[in-house]
Design a protein around this ligand. Structure first.
Ligand code: DC
Length: 211
């Protein structure tokens, strides 16, 4: 019998650095990586484009939905947060995420998933749980820089307001709200450059996996 895969769960608010940390940890351990936000973004994008029932969109998500060109835009982020509050949408996406964790693609020994409810709902038995935060201003600055590099003209104030609105929506929803699992390690990256944040996360993961 093969050992069950090791799961690293990374949660946190908008632009806290979850994706970067998750990708780097997955590369370091040679684990599979799933950005669960992209699933909600694909549903949000489809509903913005075609209208219709978000739950049906979630249940019928295709590879081409997941490759939509606008997935990283602010509008799609807000739409994703809206559809993510619907229990039927969350239920439709749950199996896929759990299957990914239980059977990481490519026969990998483990999986890193990032999102909002990985440590609390999707993988409550994850070997390591990280809850990554940073101040609103730091996160908005990072997100604003990213958007400017893509040619987006949104102002810093607009980005900050959108980020707060989305976090509030994600925290306040009744089903699987954004919050740290009781056994999550908190990592505040406000004062950390990327390399230092990755090093701090890797230290937490290494210590937890040794136990
Ligand atoms: O991580 P992200 O910003 O790409 O996620 C987009 C939205 O999707 C986020 O505002 C809330 C929702 N989401 C969620 O509810 N649960 C997850 N596990 C991941 C994302």
């Amino acid at each position: 019998m093969t050992a069950s895969p090791i799961v690293i769960a990374i949660d946190g608010p908008v632009a806290a650095g979850k994706g970067t940390l998750a990708r780097q940890l997955a590369a370091r351990y040679d684990y599979a990586y799933l950005d669960t936000g992209s699933l909600y973004r694909a549903v949000g994008s489809k509903v913005l484009r075609e209208g219709g029932d978000p739950a049906a969109a979630a249940a019928g998500l295709t590879e081409s939905d997941l490759a939509a060109g606008d997935l990283r835009s602010e509008a799609v982020g807000l739409a994703a947060s809206k559809v993510a509050a619907l229990p039927e949408v969350r239920a439709a996406l749950l199996d896929y995420q759990r299957r990914f964790a239980a059977h990481p693609p490519g026969g990998k020994r483990g999986a890193v998933l990032d999102g909002r409810d990985i440590g609390t709902v999707v993988c409550p038995d994850a070997a390591v749980k990280l809850f990554v935060t940073a101040s609103d201003e730091v996160r908005a600055r990072r997100r604003h820089k990213e958007l400017m590099e893509k040619g987006d003209t949104a102002s810093f104030e607009q980005v900050l307001a959108d980020l707060r609105r989305r976090d509030e929506q994600d925290r306040a929803r009744a089903t699987a709200p954004l919050k740290p699992a009781e056994d999550a390690h908190l990592l505040d990256t406000s004062d950390l450059a990327i390399e230092a944040a990755v090093a701090a996360a890797a230290e937490i993961v290494a210590a937890a996996l040794k136990r």
